[in-house]
Design a protein around this ligand. Structure first.
Ligand SMILES: Cc1cc2nc3c(=O)[nH]c(=O)nc-3n(C[C@H](O)[C@H](O)[C@H](O)COP(=O)(O)OP(=O)(O)OC[C@H]3O[C@@H](n4cnc5c(N)ncnc54)[C@H](O)[C@@H]3O)c2cc1C
Ligand code: FES
Length: 362
């Protein structure tokens, strides 16, 4: 770290810059100067997929500030954008490029959701657009000692974290056996198609299979997977994709006693619906004076169904944008299944579903 950076990050300078913090002043001079925060500038925009009538998929290459500490293959970042006329809005995207070091460029790849605020904005972003970032997060990562045999499974835009892994393995010239299975609607919808074709041709032991079940390719089943990767339940596996694909993967990795193989790691882009709260009782949002029978969905979804618009970012319990106070009742974390009944508790309403009666200050 340079002397300037050490000085800028010191408590004395931070205290002198109070209450705004030194980064507010640096940003005014040059948006790419930062002492603690991470920002990035878009330096390249690449359209990956453009099929008529379907949301486009775009890759942005980002030049981060020197405060970026790098990422491990498979991790994600929170991306904040200032859309004219609204507050800063944050969403989560996986890094799609190979592992990066401090200050290194990296890419994110997103499908522009037609109702989506941030992905549509990003898909239309031009070179020069400034973004606010978190540091890389998440433990869906390649281990430091990569196993000789591994399996990467993805569907749709869920390809991004496993593509970062594949690119990292290629860069490290990993010489083990890698199977890369990807499900897409059709060859025209295939993200990173050219690069994957090149890996398949020259791939040093990478078995790339691009599958389109809607066009007749086999869907994922234990029998089919067992033919492609014998003993797959013992092979370290990373899977990311839409809920039906992940459910099929989990079912395949579940043994006869109902136990899930420890070789499987899964990344979700949306909370799985495996552990909803118990419907019954009433949910009330006290500040807005709204109440309705509890449906068992997350408190964020129940609030939205009543016409409220609470702030949210990731809808996955990652960014804490949706924190609200639960004054009464029991909530279940839909990701972990844990319950909590403490009064006046701060909860993330995007991953909290009420069990019975519940009141939230919203
Ligand atoms: C760890 C992780 C990694 C991810 N990586 C990627 C990635 O690499 N690439 C990628 O394309 N996506 C990725 N995602 C998914 C991405 O974060 C979401 O799709 C995100 O919602 C995109 O933001 P958006 O601005 O397009 O849509 P949003 O504005 O968030 O809207 C998305 C959808 O949310 C629902 N919604 C929004 N507002 C409301 C409301 N008020 N009421 C009811 N429903 C509403 C709608 O169904 C809408 O279509 C990742 C998600 C996670 C958790
Ligand atoms: S919206 Fe990100 S934690 Fe709830």
């Amino acid at each position: 770290m340079s002397i300037t950076q050490t000085l800028l990050r010191s408590r004395v300078v931070e205290a002198l810059a109070s209450p705004h913090g030194v980064d507010r002043y640096l940003e005014l001079v040059n948006p790419m100067w930062a002492a603690r925060e991470v920002r990035a500038r878009v330096v390249e925009v690449h359209r990956e997929v453009a099929v008529d009538g379907h949301p486009p998929v775009t890759t942005l290459t980002l030049q981060p500030t020197s405060t970026w500490r790098g990422h491990r293959a498979g991790q994600h970042v929170q991306v904040g954008v200032e859309i004219p006329g609204s507050r800063r809005t944050t969403r989560v995207f996986s890094v799609s490029s190979a592992e990066s070091g401090p200050g290194d460029r990296f890419t994110i790849t997103m499908r522009a959701n037609p109702d989506g605020v941030v992905s549509r904005f990003l898909a239309e972003a031009g070179v020069g657009q400034l973004l606010h970032l978190s540091q890389a997060q998440g433990d869906f990562v390649l281990p430091d000692r990569v196993p000789d045999r591994l399996l990467l499974i993805s569907g749709g835009s869920g390809i991004t974290p496993v593509m970062s892994m594949l690119r990292t393995l290629q860069r490290r010239t990993h010489r083990g056996e890698v199977t890369f299975l990807h499900y897409a609607q059709s060859p025209q919808h295939q993200i990173f198609a050219e690069e994957l074709a090149e890996v398949a041709r020259s791939g040093y032991g990478v078995d790339v299979r691009l599958l389109h079940p809607e066009l007749g390719d086999p869907a994922l089943s234990p029998a089919w997977l067992g033919r492609v990767v014998p003993e797959f339940r013992d092979v370290p596996t990373w899977a990311c994709g839409p809920a039906p694909l992940i459910e099929a993967v989990r079912a395949a990795y579940t043994g006869p006693e109902g136990e899930l193989s420890p070789a499987l790691r899964v990344e979700y882009f949306k909370p799985p619906r495996t552990s909803a709260g118990e419907a019954g009782g009433e949910v009330s949002f006290t500040r807005s004076d709204k109440a309705a029978p509890n449906t068992g969905a997350t408190l964020l979804e129940q609030a939205e169904a009543l016409g409220l618009a609470p702030e949210f970012g990731c809808r996955m319990g990652i960014c804490f944008s949706c924190v609200a106070t639960k004054s009464e009742g029991t909530v279940r974390n839909v990701l972990t299944g844990e319950t909590s009944s403490l009064p006046d508790e701060e909860i993330r309403i995007c991953v909290s579903a009420p069990d019975g009666d519940c009141s939230v200050t919203l």
